[in-house]
Design a protein around this ligand. Structure first.
Ligand code: UDP
Ligand code: GLC
Length: 382
């Protein structure tokens, strides 16, 4: 089967990293069409996945857009749609991986009669989207998608609650488990490079964005002993520079510059996670899935996650990690301090999580699920 994958981003977010593993399955029968150039294109090329960056003047719809801006931007996408319609003739299916790709993919599906699959990586609720945006997404999915792949039960539930009626299956993200086995030598060197020897290292791995809640971890850190430090790994991917400034200011105001390191976007996540004593996830709005939670587990690290959305499906409190109330630095600090004290119990929990996650999220198992469900959908619109 030949699949035309569509993604609006040139940057490497979780949805894009997930798509790499899926598109790879189809080799030369896949083409990933991107609406912007960037590191995502390079990663696809490194993985020998055919990729095409469409030339387009930009689509100015974001998660908070109103109907007027959404309609106004439609004019700018005509050329993009034309290019995609031409290309889609040679493919059996259009697979949209992001919301703007859904809009364009739905129109292309209508014009070409090719079935549309939508990979839902979001929780479609007002926590994350404007009302108009939600309505547009749900309407397009219901009308045009033959199949929706939800990245968690939480994403599926939110879809149904928002009026979603299309055929929907939950498939978690898959991970190449071997990539998360890191040798101790690498770690010692990395710690030296970053001048972090003899510290208790908490890692936060996320793009810098208000809803990812890096500020919550900083507030919790001041309630922890001096030898506890935080590395913030990730960058502002979607123009959240104001939030980045606020984080730096907060750290300066609290006088903890030596305890918070901003490492920016990194490509050595397994190494950095393995270097950590604890991996913390602090999203203040429900996390649709949360790749970083699984990655922390695969590295054999104890994980504390914010109790909402997909995180609840990944973590069983006290069994394979810890869940804390979102937006609550006090509770987070208590759980961090528990991990500092109860080292043996916590080590066992992390070991449990590693074994369990290696089976549950093995990319080979997940890929079989994906292949089985997208075998032969027919176009929903006809
Ligand atoms: N990530 C990365 N480099 C960074 C920060 C994050 O490669 O500097 C990766 C991280 O390992 C994870 C993904 O980006 O695989 C983020 O996915 P997640 O589902 O946690 O959140 P998203 O940003 O997609 O909402
Ligand atoms: C999105 C979600 C994230 C999820 C990822 C992969 O980026 O925000 O929670 O893990 O997609 O499905």
């Amino acid at each position: 089967m030949k699949i035309l994958f569509l993604d609006q981003s040139g940057k490497l977010g979780g949805a894009e990293l997930c798509l790499v593993d899926i598109a790879k399955l189809y080799g030369k029968n896949a083409l990933v069409g991107l609406f912007a150039d960037g590191d995502f294109r390079k990663l696809l090329e490194t993985n020998h996945i055919p990729v095409k960056v469409f030339k387009n003047p930009g689509i100015n719809v974001n998660k908070d857009s109103n109907l007027f801006t959404a309609l106004a931007s439609l004019g700018t996408v005509v050329n993009l749609i034309q290019q995609i319609v031409n290309l889609a003739q040679d493919y059996d299916m259009i697979y949209a991986n992001t919301q703007k790709a859904l809009v364009v993919g739905a129109i292309a599906s209508l014009l070409t009669h090719k079935p549309l699959v939508y990979h839902l990586h979001d929780i479609l609720s007002l926590d994350h989207f404007s009302k108009t945006n939600l309505q547009v997404a749900i309407t397009l999915i219901n009308k045009f998608a033959s199949l929706v792949i939800a990245n968690s039960q939480a994403s599926k539930n939110a879809f149904i609650a928002a009026g979603g009626k299309a055929n929907i299956e939950v498939v978690y993200n898959g991970f190449n488990v071997n990539n998360y086995q890191v040798s101790e030598n690498n770690i010692t060197e990395l710690k030296q490079q970053l001048q972090l020897t003899n510290k208790f290292i908490i890692g936060h791995f996320s793009r810098l964005s208000p809803w990812k809640g890096q500020h919550i971890l900083i507030d919790a850190l001041v309630k922890c002993p001096e030898n506890v430090i935080v590395i913030l790994v990730g960058d502002a991917l979607f123009g959240e520079d104001e939030y980045v400034n606020q984080l730096h200011q907060k750290v300066a105001t609290l006088g903890i510059e030596s305890r918070v390191k901003f490492l920016g976007f990194r490509n050595d996540i397994p190494q950095l996670m393995t270097m950590c004593d604890l991996v913390v996830h602090t999203s203040t709005a429900p996390e649709p899935f949360g790749r970083v939670i699984v990655e922390g587990m695969l590295c054999g690290k104890p994980v504390i996650a914010a109790k909402a959305g997909g995180a609840i499906e990944l973590v069983e409190d006290g069994i394979n990690g810890f869940l804390v109330t979102p937006n609550n630095p006090q509770e987070l600090a208590q759980t961090i301090n528990y991990c500092l004290q109860e080292t043996e119990i916590v080590k066992n929990i992390a070991k449990n999580a590693q074994i369990n996650a290696s089976q549950r999220f093995d990319v080979n198992v997940i890929n079989q699920q994906i292949q089985a469900i997208i075998k032969s959908p027919t176009s929903a619109a006809f």
